[in-house]
Ligand binder design. Structure first.
Ligand SMILES: Cc1cc2nc3c(=O)[nH]c(=O)nc-3n(C[C@H](O)[C@H](O)[C@H](O)COP(=O)(O)OP(=O)(O)OC[C@H]3O[C@@H](n4cnc5c(N)ncnc54)[C@H](O)[C@@H]3O)c2cc1C
Length: 182
């Protein structure tokens, strides 16, 4: 029987990915252009990975199965993103977001990866803002938060009206990233 190895790094859950990143081999910037990277999927996961790798200088080929990269399931997403920013000052934290997300996934998610997601959740919102995602804001201009349920705290969801994927221009998206509908 095939055994799937998800290659989760060793160590306590809160340190797995931080340790892994700290000890990972680096690619010499001069060698990045020589490496071709194939990313399968043009939804939010694949597209953001491909765009980031392209911006880092790798040659990226991004494949999808539909007639257009914008047909990914991600186009249906409503635009709500949870982050442990604790704007409501009601005790939210990386650990609480991690706990709620594992519970919300019926305890089937890979915990190390969920912890990493919770850990970088605040940066993801900041990155989306920098990329032009039109999140709902309060009248004073600060990011608004609403409740999406399933959380120990009141409001931790930033919401972009419409879809996140629609914010990106179609076709060639990242630096050095070419999108290939199969
Ligand atoms: C109505 C709706 C509302 C939602 N709202 C939210 C929300 O507000 N907030 C939130 O966080 N989540 C929301 N979700 C969930 C969220 O949309 C998904 O979890 C997320 O979009 C998944 O992204 P992905 O990149 O992993 O997958 P997908 O967007 O499904 O992309 C998969 C990609 O893989 C490609 N692919 C698949 N098989 C192959 C193959 N064999 N060869 C080549 N390419 C292949 C596809 O072409 C596609 O490009 C919502 C979902 C729905 C349906």
């Amino acid at each position: 029987m095939t055994k799937i190895d998800s290659k989760i790094p060793e160590g306590p859950v809160a340190e797995k990915w931080t340790n892994y990143k700290a000890h990972q081999k680096l690619v010499n910037p001069a060698n990045k252009r020589r490496l071709d990277i194939i990313v399968v999927g043009t939804g939010l996961a694949g597209a953001s990975a491909a765009a980031s790798l392209g911006e880092m200088g790798f040659r990226v080929f991004n494949f999808c199965i539909q007639d257009s990269p914008r047909r990914a399931h991600s186009i249906a997403a409503q635009g709500g993103i949870n982050a442990a920013k604790n704007y409501q000052n009601d005790g939210d934290s990386v650990y609480r977001l991690f706990y709620d997300t594992v519970k919300g996934g019926d305890y089937r998610a890979r915990e190390a990866n969920v912890y990493r997601l919770a850990e970088v959740s605040n940066n993801i919102i900041d990155q989306c803002v920098a990329q032009g995602v039109p999140f709902a804001r309060e009248y004073g201009g600060l990011l608004d938060n609403r409740s999406f349920g399933g959380a120990q705290v009141s409001d931790r969801t930033a919401i972009a009206a419409g879809s996140l994927l629609r914010t990106e221009p179609s076709g060639k998206r990242g630096y050095g990233e070419t999108v290939h509908p199969l």
